[in-house]
Each structure stands twice: as C-alpha cells, then as structure tokens.
Design a binder for this molecule. Structure first.
Ligand code: THG
Length: 271
C-alpha cells in the first residue's frame, strides 16, 4: 500500500485556526519540516502538499513547501493542485532523487486535461486521475467507470506508462448519502480488472466529514477498499491504529511476503 500523508494542506483547521496556512504564510520552515518528518516516521512514502487556500500566492507557497519538505523528509511529493502555474513552480524546484513526483490531479474535464498533461510529460510525473469529466462526477457506478476508463485510455494513448497512473474513484462523506461508499467500493475492481497494472488511490479521510469519532470510519473504509484492491491512499498518518491495520490487512491479503512488513511494523512500534 502506498501511503500518502495528508497533513500539509492549508485548508486544515485545528481549534478553528488554519494552522498550516498560518505556517506557510509566515514561511515558518521549522513548523512545516516538523510535520513532514513526523509523517515519514509514521509511515508515509509520499507527502501530499496543498496550498490551495492561498489563491494568488499558491505557486510561490507550493514551491516553498516543496523545498522545505523535501530537505526535511527526503520523500517524493504529491502536488495537490489544479493550478498549472503552481504545479510548474513547484516542479521546477522538485528534487527527483527522492522519487518521481505525483500530480494530484488530472481529470477528463477538457480544460484540466489539456493543462495538466503537458506538465506531467515535461516532469516525468505520475498522475492521479479523477473519475470526473465536463459533466462533473457521475453518481452511478456505470457512469463513473465509463469516465475513468476513457481517461485511462487517453493517458495511455498520450504515452503515460500504466504504472504511473493512479485512478481516484472519489470518496464522498458517508453523511451525505448512504450509497456513496458502495459506489466507490464497486468502482475499484472494475478499473483494476480492465487495466492490469493500473493503480487506485483514494482520500480516505473524506468519508468521515461531519461525523463524530472520525477515525473509526476512516479505518473501516481503508480496510474495505483494500479488500477491493485499492493500492494507494491519502491518509492521516497520525492515526497509528490505522497504519497498523493497513499493515495487517496487507499481510492478510497476501501482499506481504512472509509477513515481513507486518513483523517490521510490530518490531518498530513495540506492539
Ligand atoms: N482525492 C485526491 N486528493 C485529495 C482528496 C481526495 N486531496 C484532499 C483530500 N481529498 C485528502 N486530504 C485531506 C486532508 C485533511 C483531511 C481530509 C482530507 C481532514 N483532516 C482533518 C482536519 O483537518 O480536521 C484532520 C484529520 C482527522 O482528524 O481526521 O479531514 O479524495 N486525489
């Protein structure tokens, strides 16, 4: 399971304060570096960076966050922005020694596709492909699978290796509609069976917006999605039980030879 740490997002609120936004605006490198290192220690293999609340300041902020997090944590980055200027500014300072960048995200919406594809090519980036088009997000499984399928076909035709494509079937809060997660879970194997070698990814914490005891919902969703084949996720790495459960589920699903990663996790976490 590829673990992407979600914490460096300027929209996050703690006690009514956008604390990441504050740190980024103040260019408080120590605060950002601390969160980057903590996520790596908690199990992140990629760090998602989102400076979307800074609007006109986003390109400069995203580039600054990239340098600070890579110098501190020595990890590859997921660039969570639809803004071509911000992506280009951040990728210009990106250090590919830590691994390929991931662009979060491209979609089948015509403007978005045309703007993002050349950037992915120029920087040899991996891409998160959102299952949405000019009509938005289809509520039904069939519509969303159709959009995701044509998007993957288009990315392949445009020369992206299948191993560089991460399809996001899209997680909605369960508080909005009882069926949204059944739809999400249904889409995962349909995409992975249609394109052997393609990856699927999801923002797990989306599911619990608006409900109490969010971690239970996040943990349950991660396990259900892994059972369907999900092989990457954007998560709250501070949730230690979540990371332990993901490691356990990898072993149970036969994706951890001789339980090696499970044993290492148990040893490192003294549990
Ligand atoms: N797909 C893709 N990218 C995404 C999402 C997705 N990027 C943004 C988002 N969804 C994933 N990132 C977050 C980041 C923070 C939170 C949720 C999703 C969040 N954080 C809590 C808060 O700020 O209150 C803190 C964590 C918690 O306590 O649960 O909710 O779906 N491609």
């Amino acid at each position: 399971m590829l673990i992407v740490g979600e914490a460096l997002n300027t929209s996050r609120l703690a006690q009514g304060v956008r604390h990441i936004e504050k740190a980024v605006t103040a260019r408080d490198a120590e605060a950002i570096a601390r969160i980057a290192v903590a996520q790596r220690e908690q199990g992140a293999a990629y760090l998602d960076l989102n400076a979307g609340t800074l609007t006109s300041g986003e390109p400069e902020a995203l580039a600054w966050m990239t340098t600070v997090t890579q110098e501190a944590a020595a990890l590859p980055i997921s660039f969570d922005s639809p803004n071509p200027a911000a992506l280009r500014a951040a990728l210009a300072v990106y250090d590919a020694r830590y691994g390929p960048p991931l662009i979060n995200s491209i979609s089948a919406a015509s403007g978005r596709y045309a703007a993002i594809l050349p950037i992915a090519r120029d920087f040899h980036a991996r891409v998160i492909a959102l299952a949405m088009d000019d009509d938005g997000i289809h509520q039904e499984t069939a519509g969303r699978v159709r959009v995701a399928t044509s998007l993957v076909e288009r990315l392949l035709a445009d020369g992206l290796p299948i191993d560089d494509i991460y399809v996001d079937p899209l997680v909605f809060p369960i508080a909005t509609d009882d069926a949204v997660i059944l739809t999400f879970l249904d889409i995962i194997p349909r995409i992975m069976d249609a394109f052997p070698g393609v990856h699927t990814i999801a923002g797990i914490s989306n599911v619990s917006y608006g409900l109490p005891a969010r971690a239970h919902l996040n943990r349950a969703l991660a396990l259900l999605a892994m059972g369907q084949g999900l092989d990457a996720c954007i998560v709250d790495t501070q949730d230690r039980p979540l990371l332990a459960l993901i490691t356990a589920a990898e072993a149970l699903l036969g994706r951890d030879e001789s339980c090696r990663a499970y044993l290492a996790h148990a040893r490192e976490n003294a549990c």
